[in-house]
Design a protein around this ligand. Structure first.
Ligand SMILES: C[S@@+](CC[C@H](N)C(=O)[O-])C[C@H]1O[C@@H](n2cnc3c(N)ncnc32)[C@H](O)[C@@H]1O
Length: 308
């Protein structure tokens, strides 16, 4: 019996047939001229070759890390750093023609795949930063340190790119409220408490992995939180821009893009994950809230008020 608080989306291929029919089936349909606001079911390495050039303002890529991982029956096998570099180089060279000259690319990784990804990225793009995300849950280990960090590389095509600093401020609780002349110094008194809105750094400790009682949660094994995607999208795109994700999974980047008034396009090889992504995109029509993001700021873990 599933708890009534368990919101996990886990629709199978039979009951999800209608959701799947909303996707573009690359192996069956003719290549459409316009893929705006679409999820494509197919192999990214084939599909990207035939997508219109220069469509994306922002690419968010969350490729399989260099680990043994089962994506609903399709396994990713850990390989040598050299082979993983070849794999990374191949998808990056397919993504680049899709990016605008003013575009940005974020690539998610862990400590091992990150060292390889950085070497490949810097050959093609201007690498600007590496964000470290402290996941709340770690991957356990008996004879090693628990892996509870992930990285996200930030790169741009050129020196002309979008970065909306004010859109990604972090709201922190004020522990020692300092006053000058009786007035709050750099903090504000609100009905939710005393807060300071700070500039975001490249260390993110305010975002949990999706868990079973969250509306966004699916049974995808490596789902990213909408809050994390929202930070990347708000910083590096403007409303109306197009966000492209070549490894869309359960659709977190596409859903966050839609909720934030951006266009999206994504590719995912696994039909079950496409069904979950389409279900989430439908849910976004009636609920555009993003857990942890409210009043135009990102709140510390488990502190954001629920706004409708
Ligand atoms: C790390 S997961 C992405 C998770 C996603 N960010 C989310 O929030 O759900 C990588 C995804 O890439 C998909 N994938 C792997 N190789 C692919 C390929 N060649 N073409 C399309 N999708 C692929 C996997 O099925 C998996 O869902």
């Amino acid at each position: 019996m599933r708890s009534s608080r368990n919101k996990t989306i886990d629709i199978d291929e039979i009951s999800g047939a209608e959701y799947l029919s909303r996707c573009i089936r690359w192996d069956r349909d003719d290549a459409p001229d316009d893929v705006t606001d679409s999820l494509i079911t197919g192999d990214s390495f084939e599909v990207m070759k035939r997508l219109p050039r220069g469509i994306a303002d922002l690419v968010i890529a969350d490729p399989p890390y260099n680990l043994d991982k089962d994506f609903n029956g399709r396994g990713f096998k850990r390989s040598s750093d050299e082979d993983y570099a070849g794999y990374t180089g191949e998808w990056i060279s397919l993504v680049l023609p899709l990016l605008k000259k003013t575009g940005s690319l974020y690539v998610c990784c862990d400590w091992r795949s990150g060292s390889v990804i950085y070497e490949v990225l810097k050959k093609h793009l201007k690498v600007r930063n590496r964000i470290t995300w402290q996941r709340e849950k770690g991957r356990g280990a008996k004879s090693n340190w628990k892996n509870s960090m992930e990285d996200i590389y930030f790169a741009t095509v050129s020196d002309e790119y979008t970065f909306n600093l004010d859109a990604v401020k972090q709201r922190r609780k004020v522990v020692a409220p300092y006053r000058k002349d009786g007035k709050p110094k750099d903090w504000e008194e609100t009905e939710d408490g005393r807060f300071r809105n700070t500039h975001p750094s490249n260390f993110w400790d305010d975002i949990s992995v999706p868990y079973w009682s969250m509306k966004e949660n699916t049974a995808h094994p490596t789902q990213k939180p909408e809050k994390l995607m929202a930070k990347l999208i708000l910083a590096s795109s403007d409303p109306g821009d197009l966000v492209f994700d070549p490894f869309a999974g359960s659709g977190s980047s596409l859903v966050a893009a839609k909720k934030l008034g951006r266009h999206y396009a994504g590719i995912e090889q696994n039909e079950k994950y496409c069904i979950w992504a389409e279900k989430r995109l439908e849910m976004a029509d009636s609920d555009s809230t993003i857990q942890g993001y409210a009043d135009g700021v990102f709140w510390e873990r488990n502190s954001a008020p629920v706004r409708r």
